[in-house]
Design a protein around this ligand. Structure first.
Ligand code: GAR
Length: 221
């Protein structure tokens, strides 16, 4: 992936601030990549508008138009494949992905999740972190497998949980750190420095003993 400009396909269901962080990093030269298409399950998602505003093809399919999840996934991934991505980035894509759709993309699809995995997989991570009384929360970027939020973790960003936080305040603090985390992880992936081999994350050919940790908006790599 390091030679030609890496092609990204982004999956998004919502407002698309992580997509925007990728587009901004490409625009200002921090990320050597191009977004070849943006895809989703919500035709009115603001993420699609952001893509179109940047001149990027954007397409959402409606799950209700398909017989089931596998049929929807197959149609969505046919759209994704049509833009020949090197890497698929789930950036606020809120549907489960089935094993059949994922199989051809093993090691080439990542997700950003708003918790320090393996803690708080699934939804409502911020409220659950507050209810659990953890002192620290954050976000993780991981390779996607059919195991929900369970694929090998590449990198994380940590934030403190502060007195008086509610779920919205904590979510905003985490989101601020998601953007640099996703960009820094993509820098390593697009330079082919991070790869998944036999379900183990490797950096520069060596297995990662633990997820990389974002510090001062950078990953120590
Ligand atoms: C982000 O917080 C992302 O981590 C989360 O959705 C938000 C999307 O924000 N993703 C998940 O919860 C996936 N399970 P955005 O649309 O502004 O990028």
């Amino acid at each position: 992936m390091a030679d030609a400009t890496p092609r990204l396909a982004v999956l998004a269901s919502g407002r698309g601030s992580n997509l925007q962080a990728i587009l901004d990093a490409i625009d200002d030269g921090r990320l050597h990549a191009q977004v070849a298409g943006v895809f989703g399950d919500k035709p009115r998602a603001f993420a699609l508008e952001r893509a179109r505003a940047a001149g990027i093809p954007a397409r959402a399919l409606r799950p209700g138009d398909f017989a089931g999840r596998d049929e929807f996934d197959a149609a969505l991934f046919a759209e994704v494949a049509s833009v020949r991505p090197d890497l698929i980035v789930c950036a606020g894509y809120m549907r489960l992905l089935g094993a059949a759709a994922l199989a051809p993309w093993a090691g080439r699809i990542i997700n950003i999740h708003p918790s320090l995995l393996p803690d708080f997989k699934g939804l409502d991570t911020h409220a659950r972190a507050l209810a659990a009384g953890v002192p620290e929360h954050g976000a993780s970027v991981h390779f996607v497998t059919a195991d929900l939020d369970g694929g090998p973790v590449i990198a994380q960003a940590r934030v403190p949980v502060l007195d008086g936080d509610d779920a919205d305040a904590l979510a905003a603090r985490v989101l601020d750190t998601e953007h640099p985390l996703l960009v820094a992880t993509l820098q390593l992936l697009c330079a082919a420095r991070i790869v998944l081999r036999d379900e183990v994350v490797e950096l520069d050919g060596r297995p990662l003993a633990a997820p990389l940790q974002l510090a001062s908006n950078r990953l120590p790599a």
